[in-house]
Design a protein around this ligand. Sequence first.
Ligand code: NAP
Length: 319
Amino acid sequence: MFHSTLKVGNWGEVVIHTLALFGALVAGLALFHALLFLYRHTLRPSSRLVEKYRGDWALVTGASYGVGAGFARECARRGLNLVLIARSAEKLAAVAADCESYGVAVRSITFDLAGASETEWDELFRSLEDLPISFLINNAGVNVEYPTEFVDMDEDTIDRIVQVNVQAVNRMTRRTLPIMIRRKRGCLIFLSSAGGAVVPSPLLSVYGGTKAYVDSFAIALSGEVRRHNITVLSLTPFWITSEMSKIRRSNWMVPSADTFARLALNRLGLELRSNPHWAHELIALGLRATHRLPGQVAYVERLHRRIRERALRKRKQRT
Ligand SMILES: NC(=O)c1ccc[n+]([C@@H]2O[C@H](COP(=O)([O-])OP(=O)(O)OC[C@H]3O[C@@H](n4cnc5c(N)ncnc54)[C@H](OP(=O)(O)O)[C@@H]3O)[C@@H](O)[C@H]2O)c1
């Protein structure tokens, strides 16, 4: 037998060969992931799924500015008719005009996703009964103005974040899904966030918690609806230019809302959970690979405390 003929002095060689094999496997795996990453962000053909819905109706929540407005314009560019929902009528009208310039039909609805009563929800969906909605973009989301410890948050703010980020997402999905199931076609897009779904978010714990919910809900739901020909996409981005992020200019790490929406729709049907911007995916891959949860918590806590101090300083200067 092999082990009986092995001399004691050969054990060193066996260990070295085993380590070399292990190293080669790890390097091979890393190379495979690097090539896959490059392929996803360069050579892979974009999804053409949205184009198959040309002429159908898409509902976008939080469409009056920011990422939702980006999605609305990108859907219109690809030929989808639109229902746009947000509170600000004036801002919705401006986005609707952009969308109409692509020759699609647009219906703008002012609606408060946080404060709506049961009757108002019923009225909203009654007003949409004539539209076969086959595309839902659960985009609206709210956060605190700047990082704040949970213990210092007032309860109304906590409730509002949960209402918009979780309850409205549940309700929108619950009310539109039967239409999609009946028609055996549909797409559900969810705006989660890296803060919550990829990394923990101290000082934004309620926001992060709601975004972890959105991602987990979307992924689980995909298993229930795929037999009805319904596609799900959960997006977990880091920073996008918007009022919420308070970043006005795009750069290599921060796409504009329109760029982000275009990249996201290019992934529809190809991925279930996605970070369509290359820099975001690279950061997410790095974070997942480290598996150092306490270290991540400590790092983000320090970062958010710095952001909070800067925001408070700016506020003081303004007053
Ligand atoms: N920007 C980022 O860096 C980033 C990163 C990760 C994830 N996300 C996610 O992306 C989504 C969009 O974020 P954003 O940056 O575009 O935010 P934003 O600039 O603050 O825009 C939020 C949108 O939601 C609407 N909205 C807020 N409260 C509402 C309510 N009670 N009822 C109805 N509509 C309401 C706002 O319109 P009205 O004020 O007119 O109602 C606006 O259209 C969010 O879910 C966010 O969590 C953003």
